[in-house]
Design a protein around this ligand. Structure first.
Ligand code: GP9
Ligand code: MN
Length: 614
């Protein structure tokens, strides 16, 4: 008994630090990450799940003696706090937790600086409170110094292991197969804690790296068989309809469908797009399928008809892969291919990935005149971007395939007064409020662009593909969003519906048609290829032509949610598409196989770099 007591006194400082860190993590779960629990067991898990990793991390100080030991307690607490804080910043932007691949995307960090000030809050300093107290105690010599104990490291490991075992056992009760099935990151954090989640993520990432090494050429056979079974014949009336025309693809930053044909204070939010839709093929059940790689994921989906990664950005992790990308195929058919985007070429590792995609030219920030007057937020304003792009377009040989990536409608949605064509919204989310004027501005910039193309006689020979790259308003702003939509609260069903982005195929002189097929960005590549009269039978694709009469009305999102004509599945629940009523999960059963095959085969191609065998 006396020995236990003595040991207790020896470890008092460490235990206080552990308590502080656990309490801080729990408070952040609730207030920062807004994690909600549905029952008592889940709440208990939230309270205890930081324990094992905290004991382990701060316990590292036991490997040291004397003063250093006390200092190490502070250092490890600080390290953990930084990890929590980076997650918090990331969460405020993406409503998601950090992953290892995202951390290594450092070249994006400098461009995020503008957003960082928007994401930090003064009260964030409170996160350092425990560190300040611990440091004060050490500096004032209030903490006795101890020598290193021989058995302490072993005991530390045993205690950590035991705590983790208790944690995982309860988690297993709450979520069977938590670690073996692919649940989302929030669920992992909820169950095993944020630090353990990072360890788990590291394990998963290294596993995916290993897949390339062990891939064999015969692995492609199963993929090919699956692809052939799912091939859809093009609509003969649409096949080759735009053969030899220039293709202008417009990737519209953060544009979601909920603003289309909508008004704010009686004013249209997207008057130009609304009128363009009147003379275009418009797909009103079209979803983005991106994950953490945002714009780059959408580019990947469009260029390859393959899925991006469920974490990190494929642009960073697999730029060295062999692809059968659309630009490369178009080059072979005599097209000149390019991207126009007034940002640093290395953002999202584009310069590297575009080489793999086979683009002839990337007109990056160096091709534009960017100065203080014509910039806002992330850089060159859309209107100036389009205006300056006209000459670049002219410099290309025809036919060309050129993708434009807009920038002004990007979080934090900043805009100069002179460009505000409609008022901000009025809610508790500044982000959502500012979104409307920047969307309206982008819409205006597009109108100017189309007018200029007509003026220059460049319009008639082109076809236009316009789509939203990903959501602009994250889950974090749901309360404000529900106010705009006039709903009491937003359910996971509503969240999936908010992942709809506009998709417009505009062929000058063609009739207007609204197409309700449920679809996504993965379907763009085969659609363009068929419009240009190209054969897709031999190409490994996971999407299908939007115009095909045989196509299945279906989309799977990267988090394994899916949508059909009648159903929406997300986060373990099945809903009726028409009104969002939750129904028995069994109703969604028939589709899980397709969801898994689509995603798993596509991942297999990516991780195994299988196209190098094809
Ligand atoms: C940056 C632009 C924005 O070049 O594409 O990227 P996002 O943050 O939307 O992925
Ligand atoms: Mn984007």
């Amino acid at each position: 008994m006396a020995r236990i007591k003595a040991e207790f006194i020896r470890l008092k400082f460490i235990m206080v630090a552990v308590f502080f860190l656990c309490a801080k993590t729990y408070i952040l779960y609730k207030m920062g990450f807004r994690i909600q629990s549905e029952n008592v067991l889940q709440e208990i898990l939230l309270i205890i799940n930081p324990l094992s990793s905290t004991v382990f991390l701060i316990g590292i100080s036991l490997l040291f003696s004397g003063k250093i030991r006390n200092i190490m307690v502070i250092v490890t607490s600080l390290l953990a706090t930084c990890t929590l804080y980076f997650n918090l910043l990331y969460f405020r932007f993406f409503s998601d937790f950090l992953t290892w691949p995202v951390l290594f995307q450092t070249s994006n960090a400098q461009d995020l600086q503008g957003s960082i000030t928007e994401l930090t809050k003064f009260s964030d300093f409170l996160l350092l409170l425990d560190i300040v107290i611990l440091t004060f105690l050490v500096l004032k010599n209030k903490i006795p110094v101890h020598l290193k104990g021989k058995r302490e490291p072993v005991i530390l490991l045993a205690v950590t292991g035991l705590l983790f075992f208790i944690n995982i056992s309860i988690a297993q009760l709450e979520r069977p197969q938590l670690l073996t099935r692919a649940f989302d990151r929030e669920m992992l954090v909820k169950n095993i804690g944020i630090m353990n989640y990072h360890v788990y993520d590291a394990f998963i990432q290294s596993q995916s790296k290993a897949q390339r090494v062990f891939a064999e050429s015969s692995d492609i056979d199963g993929v090919l068989r699956y692809r052939n079974e799912n091939y859809k014949e093009p609509d003969p009336d649409m096949l080759g309809i735009a053969e030899g025309k220039n293709v202008i693809v417009l990737s519209l930053e953060s544009l979601q469908s909920f603003v289309i044909n909508e008004t704010l204070n009686g004013e249209e939010i997207t008057p130009f797009l609304n009128s363009l839709i009147e003379e275009s093929y418009y797909f009103d059940n079209f979803y983005h399928q991106t994950a953490q790689g945002k714009t780059s994921d959408s580019e990947f989906l469009v260029a390859n008809s393959l899925f991006g990664r469920d974490s990190g950005s494929v642009f960073f992790t697999h730029a060295g892969n062999e692809f059968n990308s659309l630009p490369e195929m178009l080059n072979e058919s005599g097209y000149y291919t390019s991207v126009m985007h007034a940002n640093n070429k290395s953002f999202w590792n584009r310069d590297m990935m575009y080489l793999s995609f086979g683009y002839n030219t990337f007109f990056d920030i160096n091709s534009y005149d960017v100065n203080e007057e014509n910039s806002i937020g992330w850089g060159l304003k859309d209107e100036d971007f389009f205006e300056q792009s006209i000459d670049l377009l002219k410099s290309q040989s025809q036919p060309y395939y050129t993708k434009f990536i807009t920038l002004t409608n990007h979080f934090p949605f900043e805009l100069g007064e002179e460009d505000k064509l409609i008022d901000e919204f009025d809610s508790n989310s500044g982000t959502l409020n500012r979104y409307f004027p920047t969307v309206r501005y982008m819409d205006h910039a597009l109108e100017v662009f189309f007018d200029r193309l007509k003026e220059e006689g460049m319009y008639d020979d082109s076809i236009f593909i316009l789509y939203g790259d990903h959501y602009g308003i994250s889950e974090y702003h749901h309360r404000a969003m529900s106010k705009f939509l006039g709903k009491e609260e937003l359910t996971p069903f509503d969240h999936v519906q908010l992942q709809k982005v506009p998709m417009i195929v505009h062929i000058p002189g063609h009739r207007n048609e609204i197409n309700h097929t449920v679809s996504g960005q993965i379907d763009i590549k085969p659609t363009i290829m068929h419009l240009l009269g190209m054969d897709t039978k031999e190409d490994i694709q996971f999407g299908s032509d939007l115009f095909s009469l045989e196509r299945q009305s279906f989309v799977v999102l990267r988090d394994r949610s899916f949508v059909t004509d009648d159903l929406v599945y997300t986060k373990g629940s099945c809903y009726l598409k028409k009104d969002g009523t939750e129904i028995e999960l069994e109703k969604c059963d028939p589709y899980f196989e397709k969801v898994n095959l689509d995603l798993d085969f596509s991942d297999k191609v990516l991780y195994g770099d299988l196209l190098r065998f094809y």
